[in-house]
Ligand binder design. Structure first.
Ligand code: PHE
Length: 444
């Protein structure tokens, strides 16, 4: 039986940008930017995307496309059976479990807000109650268990639908809708008093506010937001056809992902500064900002429903890529049916997600040194697993695949400046950058 494929190049672009664009862009990027003081952090993040993220994205998509195999097998296929490089794929599978379990809990918060927006509850809520709303959701395990379950069920259903029938079809509707809603909100944000301050906060760097910890967070986030370092882009690349261009599609995906993070940040900080909120308030930033704004408006019901729908779409199209990494491995390596794999693996991740939700409670044994399981999964994956995974993938491309493969990526040939620049970035620049930032960020 032949392997599944995207129907065409657009199918890949939509699915891969669906994977990249998610809670990382709309929820995480604005809040970690706020916590890390704004402009200087954004600049480091943009540099990481350009110098490390894009080259690794190209390498991952290429490895997938050429091997036409899952995240583990692809390393063996292009090297040899039992190749030690396959451990990068194994680490990726572990990351997929850990990320999706807390991701789905946050996806559940989004669904919760969406229901409250649709039923008009959010609109009629007094301001003080709205401010404490995320806090009260985070301290109700039953409520989180319900929405997290719902989010996981939707993720599993789409993955059961398969590549072109499930994932691609979902992305075709989700991604364009998301862009339209976001651009609409951005145009609206431009009319707010706080818009100028928002731009200044994001784009005028003040390096005195940046720490090594912040730099590591920027590096980690550049991996997280582009879905790198854990095989998601290898897996999606493996459903690409012969004639599709790795360079063009990867470039477009990185561009869309970055622009959407910046637009989401601009909108959220415009609201934060207009309503005198605290930019460094942490994970609750997005959840507090939007309702506060929308409460002022006559179209509250519609706008807030639209906004949380957008965030929900973005989250779902990323969650499916996390599950697909594991499902594609299990179906190919263990011969399970897609349906069985998606349901069983989804159930394990669902159980881990319950632990994450429970770990947010006041008195719970699910904390290690005062850090919740939720935070451990989040921090360990984005600050350690993804950068390490990405570095290994980069070295693998640079030193194992190397020069022979450049011609297939760069139309100008393997000796062109771009091809050589790319090769040495994967061989030396990206790995060294990751090591320096890991060491300083973890020790400093
Ligand atoms: N890129 C996604 C986001 O920004 C998260 C993700 C990470 C998805 C790793 C797949 C793999 O929300």
């Amino acid at each position: 039986m032949g392997r599944s494929r995207w129907s065409n190049q657009l199918g890949f672009i939509l699915a891969a940008s669906g994977s990249a664009i998610g809670l990382g862009n709309i929820w995480k990027f604005p809040y970690i930017t706020g916590v890390n003081g704004g402009g200087a952090f954004v600049l480091v993040y943009l540099l990481c995307i350009a110098a490390v993220g894009i080259p690794i994205l190209v390498a991952e998509v290429y490895i997938g496309k050429t091997s036409q195999s899952n995240a583990i097998k692809s390393f063996e296929k292009l090297d040899r059976e039992g190749s030690p490089w396959r451990h990068a794929g194994l680490l990726g599978i572990v990351s997929a479990f850990l990320i999706l379990s807390f991701y789905s809990v946050v996806g559940g918060w989004v669904l919760d807000y969406e229901f409250m927006a649709l039923t008009g509850k959010l609109g009629s809520m007094p301001a003080e109650e709205m401010e404490g709303l995320l806090g009260s959701i985070r301290s109700s395990p039953g409520r989180m268990a319900l929405t997290h379950t719902l989010f996981m069920v939707m993720t599993v259903l789409i993955v059961v639908g398969g590549i072109s029938g499930g994932i691609e079809r979902a992305a075709k509707i989700l991604m364009p809708t998301l862009m339209v809603i976001l651009v609409g909100l951005f145009i609206y944000a431009m009319t707010l008093d706080g818009f100028g301050k928002s731009m200044a906060f994001l784009f005028s760097p003040d390096f005195s506010k940046l720490t090594w910890g912040g730099v590591l967070e920027a590096v980690g986030h550049s991996f997280f937001t582009l879905s790198l370092g854990m095989g998601a882009m290898i897996t999606y690349g493996s459903y690409m056809g012969e004639k599709q261009s790795v360079l063009k599609t990867a470039g477009l995906v990185a561009f869309l992902d970055t622009i959407i993070a910046l637009i989401a940040g601009a909108v959220i900080f415009a609201v934060v500064f207009t309503f005198d909120q605290e930019p460094s308030s942490g994970p609750g930033l997005m959840f507090a900002a939007l309702p506060a704004l929308l409460a002022q408006l006559p179209g509250m019901w519609f706008l807030s429903s639209a906004f949380f729908l957008l965030v929900g779409f973005a989250a779902l199209s990323s969650a499916i890529s996390l599950l697909e990494v594991v499902v594609s491995y299990w179906t190919e390596a263990r011969g399970w049916s897609r349906k069985k794999a998606a349901i069983v693996i989804g159930a394990v991740i669902w159980a881990l997600g319950l632990l994450c939700a429970l770990s947010l409670q006041e008195d719970t044994p699910l904390k290690i040194m005062d850090t919740s399981v939720f935070d451990i999964f989040d921090k360990a994956t984005s600050k350690i697993f993804l950068p390490v995974g990405g570095m290994v993938i980069s070295l693998y491309f640079g030193w194992v695949l190397g020069e022979k493969h450049l011609g297939a990526i760069f139309p100008a040939g393997k000796d062109s400046i771009m091809a050589q620049g790319f090769l040495w970035t994967t061989r030396v620049i990206a790995p060294v950058a990751v090591v320096i930032m890991l060491v300083n960020g973890l020790l400093g």
